[in-house]
Design a protein around this ligand. Structure first.
Ligand code: TNX
Length: 550
């Protein structure tokens, strides 16, 4: 057989197997990310006005879950379900929804769940409330998309709210399932951030990486250093068009989150089983902080909150005053964010100012450091030690490998997977965010027809086919890859609508990469599921990109 016919045969086999898989599906389970396994049965469960939501035990978290389900149903259907403790349910004859926290169920995964639908009952069982929450998210997607209405539509009476008998067993492939948002290049208000988080929860993502400081703006209130937001949160002007256009709008721009707002967002995320990882950039990307407190730079010069994009030479000076300042800042950050991980940036830090600074050079001599990369490593290690002493761990961009990796650091690999592979081989935890598949600020279709973006080209399909485990790693080393994340840098993203346009549907593909076993993934069938998912996103008011809408 020649090479061409062999290729055709492979293609045909692949095509038949993928399409057969789609047809064999006993019931079109339109859930994203696709569950691990399920079996469908006969009949269906009818929601009724008399149904009750039962909790196997009473706790704040269980009540939140019960009310979350009750609200979802009530706001779309007018059917009001009471939330009660399970014991009172024994004689109950009406259809019921049971949330059962059960450490003995046959799911050997802390985030897994079992969802069993019979004509009489919907039962979600899980060893943790996190598992229950994911079961609830699946239940949500078993209802028709109209369940997403926040006000019942006139048509809601005619909607069939039943769901078919089914048994779903499900758990995630990766423990770190994240999305990032840069709120520094452009600022997004609390209401938008909450909407972004709720969407992550719907897709069973569990980390929100909140990029809070940058050259172009400092976005988190710090009590001890009020100028960080009084000065650092505001820039005079913003670049118009692409990098290098040299055109500016001359409109002052800024904003920041107060401590109260941050607490509100952290609580909102925690209720949705999402950990927020705050990022405080150091030693580079720090123009805004230095504009507020120039004494922490190496030179007596005027620093500015930047109004264009790129990499700037301004950098924190590695002197004791700077470490004291950063430790104070991080102390307040730790007060606000319970996350074990704090992201400390570490990327794109030019060393020119350190080369030229007597202070920096003396510190290098004192510490016996051979070059400025080692000085960066010294800087990061001091911060790591401080955070470790307070029970926290650092994550840094892959540049933290240069000059020596801090002993317990987790590496976020963005310049491809190289840094991640190197770190995993050294026994460090890794989060994969390679720019060619995970940068949702890149174009997703022909730039000619797309709104302005930074560049690059990453289609929905590229995201769907990304696998966070590189071939180069042995099984042992692959265990250090905790998962992956989509990054939404906002140099060219001025509004929440545009964030959604860039993030969706690419984030849905990433959610499936992170949750679903590889053997269950199917690109053709994913696109079919996506069609009803789009209806859901429509009702939720998500401004997703429509290239894959049929
Ligand atoms: C690189 S990813 C950056 C960001 C930019 C982004 C634009 C990383 C660690 N640094 O500062 O916003 O590219 O795609």
């Amino acid at each position: 057989m020649n090479c061409r016919s062999l290729l055709s045969l492979i293609f045909l086999t692949f095509f038949l197997s993928t399409s057969l898989q789609a047809f064999q599906t006993p019931y079109p389970l339109e859930v994203i990310p696709k569950p691990v396994s399920y079996t469908a049965g006969e009949g269906s469960f009818e929601l009724s006005g008399q149904s009750v939501i039962y909790l196997s035990e009473e706790s704040k978290e269980m009540h939140f879950l019960g009310e979350y389900v009750a609200d979802l149903i009530h706001s779309a259907t007018w059917m009001k379900h009471s939330v009660q403790k399970l014991s009172s349910a024994e004689q109950d004859t009406n259809a019921r929804i049971v949330l059962d926290l059960d450490s003995d169920i046959e799911i050997d995964h802390p985030e897994g769940y079992l969802l069993e639908v019979t004509p009489k009952e919907v039962r979600i069982s899980a060893p943790t409330t996190t598992g229950l929450f994911y079961g609830v998210q699946t239940l949500r997607q078993l209802f028709p998309p109209a369940i997403e209405h926040k006000l019942p539509s006139l048509a809601s009476n005619n909607i069939d709210w039943s769901i078919p008998v089914i048994r779903i067993k499900d758990y995630p492939r990766f423990e770190y399932r994240g999305m990032h948002l840069d709120v520094a290049r452009h600022f997004f208000p609390v209401e938008f951030v909450k909407k972004y988080i709720e969407l992550l929860a719907m897709h069973k993502m569990n980390r929100f990486h909140w990029h809070l400081t940058e050259d172009q703006g400092w976005r988190i209130e710090i009590k001890k250093y009020p100028k960080l937001t009084k000065v650092g949160a505001w820039r005079d002007s913003t670049l118009i068009g692409h990098y290098g256009s040299d055109r500016y709008d001359n409109v002052p721009y800024g904003g920041y989150y107060t401590r109260e707002e941050i607490k509100e967002v952290v609580k909102y995320a925690a209720e949705r089983h999402i950990t927020i990882i705050p990022e405080i950039e150091l030693p580079g990307h720090s123009s805004a902080a230095l504009a507020a407190y120039p004494q922490f730079g190496c030179f007596e010069k005027e620093y500015h909150v930047q109004s264009t994009w790129g990499v700037f030479e301004d950098i924190y000076c590695p002197k004791e005053e700077t470490f004291n300042f950063l430790e104070d800042v991080l102390t307040e950050v730790m007060e606000l964010f319970p996350s074990e991980y704090i992201h400390i940036g570490g990327d794109e830090a030019p060393k020119v100012q350190w080369e030229e600074s007597e202070v920096a050079q003396k510190i290098m001599q004192r510490e016996g450091l051979k070059d400025e990369h080692e000085l960066q490593s010294y800087f990061v290690q001091r911060i790591e030690q401080f955070l470790n002493q307070h029970g926290r761990q650092i994550i840094g961009w892959d540049e933290i490998l240069e000059g020596g990796l801090a002993p317990r650091a987790t590496v976020m690999s963005w310049r491809g997977e190289k840094g991640g592979i190197e770190a995993a081989k050294m026994g460090h935890d890794v989060i994969m965010t390679p720019w060619d598949s995970n940068y949702f600020d890149h174009y997703q279709a022909d730039p000619e027809t797309e709104p302005l973006a930074i560049g690059g080209f990453t289609t929905l399909k590229d995201v769907y086919f990304y696998d966070p485990i590189p071939d180069e790693l042995t099984d042992e080393e692959a265990r250090y890859v905790l998962g992956s994340q989509g990054n939404v840098w906002t140099e060219y993203i001025h509004s929440g609508d545009k964030v959604e346009y860039m993030a969706y549907p690419r984030a849905t593909a990433l959610a499936e990469v992170l949750w679903t076993p590889v053997e269950n993934k199917n690109w053709l069938e994913f696109q079919t599921r996506l069609q009803s998912h789009f209806k859901r996103l429509d009702i939720l008011g998500v401004n997703y990109a429509e290239h894959y809408k049929r």
